[in-house]
Ligand binder design. Structure first.
Ligand SMILES: Cc1cc2nc3c(=O)[nH]c(=O)nc-3n(C[C@H](O)[C@H](O)[C@H](O)COP(=O)(O)O)c2cc1C
Length: 483
C-alpha cells in the first residue's frame, strides 16, 4: 500500500494507552518484562518519551478503580496497583514537551468543582496539553469505597451529563483577560469578566467561580468510551475523542456513523469527533515469529489448578455459560475445560490441554465457540484440519482473552491493518496498547511508525503545541463570552 504525503492530508491520531504491565494478562510474566515500575515516575516517563518521539497525539492514563484486587490480579493486573492519574500526569506534563496527556476521572467519584480545578490547573501547567477521559465503569465493589452501595446504574449517566456541563461552565467562569492586575488603579480582577455559576441542578449546586484563568485550551478535550444508548448519547453530546472496541471494520464504521449522526443532532460538527479503536500490536520479524510471541504470552496466563472442572461440575458450568457473567473475561476459577466446554457447546473435558481440537467437533460448536475458533485462526493461522492444527489450549486461551483487539504480524502488516481501518471509515486513529513492555512498545515506535510516516499517515514533526491543536480543533468560545 502507498499514499502520497501532503500537508493537508488526513492523518492518523495515535494515543498510547499506558497500562503499567502491558495489556496482555500474561505480559508481566515474560522473562524480559519489568515488574517493578508501577510506582516509579522514570518508568512512565520512558513510555511517554518513546511515544512522544514517535509523534503520538497523546499519552493515555486510563484508570479503573479496583474492586477486589486479590480477584483482579487474575485479569486486569494494571488495576491492582498504579499511580493516581492527576499526580502522575502533572509529572509527565513537566517532563515532556509536545505530547497530549489524558487523565481519567469518574464523575461518580468526584465533585465537579474539584475536577474542574484539577483539570484547569493541569491544562495550565502542561501548556494546553491536557484531556479528560470521562469514565463510568468499574465495579460495585469499587463504589463501596466511596460510601456508595453501587455504581448508580442508569442514573450515573444523568449525573455525568450534568457534571460535564458544570465543569465546562466552571472552566469558562473567569474569562481569559480577567486578571488585569492594574497596579495604577489597584484593580486586580475585571469583575465584568467574572461569571458566577449560580448553578442549581438535579445533582449539583455551584454558586461561584473557579479561582483560575480559563484553561489555555478553553475546554480541554473530552474522551469517552461505551456503546450503550446512554453512552452514545453522552458521547455525541460531549466527547471529542471516542475510544471504541468494535470487532470488525463494518461494525466500527457503523458505530462511528451512528454517534456522528447523534452529534449532528446536538448541533455539533460531526467531523470534529474522532473515533479511536484500541489495538494491541504483537510484532515479529515474520508472521510466524509474531505468532510465537502471542503463544508465549498465552502460555503465561495462569490457568486453574483443577484444569478439568475448576472444582465445579457440568451443571455449574452450563448455568455459568448461560449467564451474563459468562460473557466477561475469565478470571481465577473460570479457566478450565469444564467452563470452556460449556461456552463452546462441545465437551473437551476428556481431551487435555494439548489435544488437537477434532475437526469432527466443528459442526457442534455454539456461536461463541465458532467465534473463538475463528479468532484462533485469525490470530495464529491454525485450523482444525491444518498441518499446525488448533489445540484445545488455543481455544481456552482465546476464551480468556476474548475480544482483545490484537494485530499479530510484521511491522508492515500491522501498518496495513491500521491503514485499512483508517481508510474504510472505521477509525480516525488508534489507542495503541502494548502487550507488554518494553520490546513490543519500542518495535511499534521504531518500526511501525516509520512505515506509517512513509505512507503519509503519521506526522513526522508536531505541528501544534496543544492537545486540541493535535486534533486540529479550534479553541472554543466560552459559555459566558459576550453575556
Ligand atoms: C474501550 C473502553 C475503555 C474503558 N476504559 C475505562 C476506564 O479506564 N475506566 C472505567 O472506569 N471505565 C472504563 N470503561 C467503561 C466505560 O467508561 C463505560 O462506563 C462502560 O463501558 C459502560 O458502557 P456502556 O454504556 O456501553 O454499558 C471503558 C469502556 C470501554 C468500552
Amino acid at each position: 500500500m502507498s499514499a502520497t504525503p501532503g500537508p493537508h492530508r488526513r492523518q492518523l491520531h495515535l494515543g498510547y494507552m499506558y497500562w503499567v504491565n502491558g495489556t496482555h494478562w500474561g505480559g508481566w510474566r515474560q522473562p524480559d518484562a519489568p515488574t517493578d515500575g508501577a510506582f516509579d515516575v522514570a518508568y512512565a516517563l520512558r513510555a511517554a518519551h518513546t511515544v512522544e518521539r514517535a509523534k503520538f497525539d497523546f499519552f493515555f492514563l486510563g484508570d479503573t478503580l479496583p474492586g477486589d484486587i486479590v480477584d483482579e490480579q487474575w485479569k486486569t493486573t494494571h488495576n491492582t496497583g498504579r499511580l493516581e492519574p492527576f499526580t502522575l500526569g502533572s509529572q509527565l506534563a513537566l517532563q515532556t514537551t509536545d505530547i497530549g496527556i489524558v487523565v481519567t476521572a469518574h464523575p461518580t467519584f468526584y465533585d465537579p468543582y474539584i475536577l474542574a480545578r484539577l483539570t484547569s490547573s493541569l491544562d495550565h501547567l502542561s501548556g494546553g496539553r491536557l484531556a479528560w477521559n470521562v469514565v463510568l465503569g468499574a465495579s460495585d465493589a469499587a463504589a463501596r469505597n466511596f460510601g456508595l452501595d453501587d455504581l448508580g446504574g442508569a442514573s450515573r449517566y444523568e449525573r455525568a451529563d450534568e457534571f460535564i456541563e458544570v465543569v465546562k461552565r466552571l472552566w469558562d467562569s473567569i474569562e481569559d483577560d480577567a486578571y488585569i492586575q492594574d497596579k495604577e488603579s489597584g484593580r486586580f480582577i475585571d469583575d465584568s469578566r467574572i461569571h458566577r455559576l449560580n448553578w442549581r441542578g438535579e445533582h449539583f449546586r455551584v454558586e461561584g467561580t473557579l479561582p483560575l484563568r480559563r484553561p489555555p485550551q478553553g475546554h480541554p478535550p473530552l474522551l469517552y468510551a461505551g456503546a450503550s444508548e446512554a453512552s452514545r448519547a453522552l458521547s455525541a453530546k460531549w466527547a471529542d475523542v471516542h475510544f471504541t472496541n468494535s470487532r470488525t471494520i463494518e461494525a466500527s464504521a457503523a458505530f462511528n456513523a451512528d454517534v456522528r449522526e447523534r452529534a449532528a443532532a446536538f448541533g455539533r460538527d460531526p467531523e470534529q469527533l474522532f473515533f479511536l479503536p484500541g489495538i494491541t500490536p504483537v510484532i515479529g520479524d515474520t508472521r510466524a515469529s509474531a505468532v510465537a510471541v502471542y503463544d508465549r504470552l498465552n502460555a503465561a496466563l495462569p490457568l486453574d489448578d483443577d484444569i478439568v472442572w475448576g472444582g465445579r461440575d457440568r451443571e455449574h458450568w452450563a448455568a455459568y455459560a448461560a449467564s451474563p457473567a459468562g460473557q466477561a473475561p475469565l478470571g481465577h476459577g473460570l479457566r478450565n475445560l469444564g467452563a470452556l466446554s460449556a461456552l463452546i457447546g462441545v465437551d473437551v473435558t476428556d481431551a487435555g490441554l494439548d489435544a488437537v481440537f477434532p475437526s469432527a467437533h466443528v459442526a457442534g460448536l455454539s456461536e461463541r465457540g465458532r467465534r473463538l475458533l475463528a479468532s484462533v485462526t485469525e490470530r495464529t493461522d491454525r485450523t482444525p484440519e491444518g498441518a499446525d492444527p488448533v489445540r484445545v489450549r488455543d481455544l481456552l486461551y482465546a476464551s480468556v482473552i476474548d475480544g482483545f483487539p490484537l494485530a499479530i504480524g510484521t511491522a508492515e502488516s500491522v501498518a496495513d491493518t491500521l491503514q485499512e481501518w483508517f481508510e474504510q471509515g472505521a477509525a480516525d486513529g488508534f489507542n495503541v496498547q502494548s502487550p507488554y513492555l518494553w520490546g513490543q512498545l519500542d518495535r511499534f515506535a521504531d518500526e511501525v511508525v516509520p512505515i506509517l510516516q512513509r505512507r503519509g499517515l503519521q506526522r513526522t514533526e508536531y505541528e501544534a503545541s496543544t492537545f486540541r491543536g493535535h486534533l486540529g480543533l479550534p479553541r472554543p468560545r466560552g459559555f459566558f463570552d459576550g453575556r
